[in-house]
Each structure stands twice: as structure tokens, then as C-alpha cells.
Ligand binder design. Structure first.
Ligand SMILES: [Zn+2]
Ligand SMILES: [Zn+2]
Length: 360
């Protein structure tokens, strides 16, 4: 049996589960994007009868926050691999690493200066200690003074360097010489980009996870290397295509002969134009690397869609610039334009609640 479950969809978090349970009892379960907190993902999975501990892998479409919010904690808790394109992985690592972006030349200069300062400090300390035997004994007692920052709900693994606040050490007097306490090397700070294992894939190159074949394809969106997926298992084809500014020919081709399509229907054009977003954000959403409007999705359904999907799921609806009724009406009007499309069942994915699993 093959099933597809939308746990959440929208700008506050996207996540779905693709499952294949074979007749022999073998099972493969893939989490597509981890846009909710780990706790909320697990809660929603249990709500629809899925056991989070049975997940085999996490697949990431792109690095935007609403697709990766709970990624690191979820992957570490389950100890499962995460599949990215290499560019998306790099972008995600940069995003979660608490470092400011610098050029290589700046980094090399900083490194040289730090090394020089460390050498100078070591030479100075050696001179002081040579002159003051008491200081040598006192130096042994100085410890690294780092304490964790305010407690929060995050996984302890998530604590980043800014969560450690250095405690000022009082100057220590050594006879006639005053010197600042020199801390021992601090314990290594947990790496926020640490994952149990990372697997790379490329758009256009299919691969398999257990019994599920995965075909990633490029989508036009303002991320490092965004993709949609077609999943094939036991002869059933499921497509996921959200976060795309328009419907290019390669995406149209991927959405043929599918049994289920989850397709973006992000905004109503009038609501977006009259809505609260700043002009620059409106331009971004409307652009060819933004999001599909209800009208663009309807145009695809009316003009290009081959009508083979038993289930159509409208997804990634904007909470500010869309209404479920508007998305539904636009899609239904398009489907009604051709009698062959009337058998398609139309669902709307929600931000607040998971959809009941669709089973084949
Ligand atoms: Zn996005
Ligand atoms: Zn998104």
C-alpha cells in the first residue's frame, strides 16, 4: 500500500509523509521537508496514525525556513539520513551556522591576526610565569568560565555559541605583575548543522530510498537549488510541486501520468495586490521565482494537465493573501471545464491540521 499524508502546508511550515508498505511487510517512510518543530511534527504524525520512529529518511526541497524549521532536531532524534542537493545543503549550513558571511581573504586575514595574537599572548605568559613561580601554580586553577544561556525549549544539541555567555574573570594578581585570567580552551560548541548523515542527489537523476523511487526535478524559486519530487512505488506516482514562480515545461512534464499531485495554489492575485505585504515582497511573490497564484494553477489544470490524478491537493496557501474557498473555486472551475477532469478529487492542505492519509 502506498500513502501520502500532508502534515502541514503553508508559509509557517511544510511537511508530508510518503509511505510504502509492501505485501511482504517491508516498509519505507519518507518525510518530505521538516518545516514544523520536531515536537509538532511528531504530534501530527501520531494524530494521523504514523509512528515517527519508523521514518527512514528526510528529503528537503529547499532551504527556506518553512521547509527546514525542525530539520536538525528531527534528524538527530531519529538518527536518519537527510537528502539534499549539495547546493541546498550548503545553503542550509550557512543559514544555521552562527557566523557572519565573510570573503576568503577576510577570513585568512582574521586567521592570521588571531594566530599572531595567540603567539604574542603565549610568549607574554611564558615570560610572566618564568618570573613568578606563584603565578604558575595559580594558572593551573583557572578554569573555562562558560555557562549556558537562558533555558528554552530547544533540543540541547541546538545550543549555539551565542547561547554561551562568557563570565568575566576578575584580574588575578601575581606579585608585582597584574594579568588577566587566561581561559583554557572551551569545550567544543555543538555544531548546529550536525546531522546523522547527509546524502546528496541532483535534479534530473532518480534514486531510491527503500521501496520508493524518487525523481527530483528543478523548480523556479528563489532558493539555492529548489526541487520538486515525483515518488514512484508499487506502480503509483505521486508528485510534489510547491514553491514555484511559474510552471515551466520540465515541471509540466513531471506532472503527467501521476495518481496524486500536490500543487501550489499560493495566493489570490487581488488579495496579494491589496494586501499587507510590502511592495518588494509582493514583487517577489509575483515573480517567476516566487509562488503560483490560484489563477496560474487553474490555467495549468485547464490547459496542460493530463487529468490522470485521482487526487489533487492544493497546497502552500498564503494565510495573508488567499482564502481556501478562493483557491478551491479557481481549481474547480478549471476542472469543470473538461468533463474528463470531473473525477479528480480535490483536497486543500492546511497549515493548522494534517490531511487524512490518501491511500492507494
Ligand atoms: Zn520557498
Ligand atoms: Zn515554502
Amino acid at each position: 500500500m502506498v500513502s501520502f499524508t500532508v502534515l502541514a502546508s503553508g508559509s509557517k511550515g511544510n511537511s508530508s509523509v510518503v509511505s510504502c508498505v509492501s505485501a511482504t511487510g517491508g516498509a519505507t517512510r519518507i518525510l518530505v521537508d521538516a518545516g514544523l518543530s520536531c515536537r509538532e511534527l511528531f504530534r501530527r504524525m501520531r494524530q494521523v496514525g504514523e509512528d515517527p520512529s519508523t521514518l527512514d529518511a528526510i528529503l528537503i526541497t529547499h532551504e527556506h525556513q518553512d521547509h527546514i524549521n525542525g530539520l536538525a532536531v528531527t534528524a538527530r532524534k531519529l538518527g536518519i539520513p537527510v537528502y539534499f542537493t549539495e547546493a541546498t545543503h550548503r545553503a542550509w549550513v550557512r543559514q544555521v551556522s552562527p557566523r557572519k558571511r565573510i570573503t576568503y581573504a577576510e577570513w585568512a586575514e582574521q586567521y592570521r591576526q588571531q594566530k599572531q595574537a595567540a603567539q604574542d599572548a603565549a610568549a607574554h605568559s611564558a615570560e610572566v610565569l618564568a618570573d613568578n613561580p606563584e603565578a604558575e601554580a595559580a594558572a593551573d586553577t583557572i578554569r573555562c568560565n562558560f555557562t549556558p544561556g537562558p533555558q528554552d525549549e530547544r533540543d540541547p544539541d541546538e545550543l549555539a555559541p551565542e547561547d554561551c555567555e562568557p563570565v568575566e574573570s576578575a584580574p588575578v594578581k601575581f606579585g608585582p605583575v597584574e594579568m588577566k585570567a587566561v581561559s583554557e580552551p572551551c569545550p567544543p560548541v555543538p555544531d548546529p548543522a550536525r546531522l546523522p548523515s547527509v546524502e546528496y542527489f541532483r535534479a534530473g537523476e532518480s534514486f531510491s530510498i527503500g521501496d520508493i523511487a524518487v525523481s527530483p526535478f528543478t523548480i523556479p524559486h528563489d532558493a539555492a537549488d529548489p526541487v520538486g519530487f515525483v515518488f514512484t512505488a508499487e506502480g503509483t506516482r505521486l508528485a510534489v510541486a510547491t514553491d514555484l514562480g511559474y510552471m515551466p515545461p520540465n515541471v509540466q512534464a513531471q506532472l503527467r501520468r501521476c495518481d496524486l499531485i500536490m500543487l501550489e495554489s499560493n495566493h489570490d492575485l487581488e488579495m496579494l495586490r491589496d494586501g499587507p505585504y510590502p511592495w518588494s515582497v509582493k514583487q517577489r511573490v509575483l515573480s517567476r521565482v516566487g509562488h503560483l497564484s490560484n489563477d496560474a494553477t487553474a490555467t495549468f489544470l485547464e490547459q496542460t494537465y493530463d487529468g490522470t490524478a485521482t487526487y489533487l491537493i492544493l497546497a502552500h496557501l498564503s494565510e495573508s493573501n488567499n482564502l481556501p474557498e478562493l483557491a478551491r473555486i479557481a481549481a474547480e472551475r478549471a476542472l469543470c471545464s473538461k468533463p474528463s477532469l470531473l473525477a479528480n478529487r480535490l483536497y486543500l492542505a492546511s497549515q493548522q491540521e494534517p490531511l487524512a492519509p490518501v491511500c492507494f
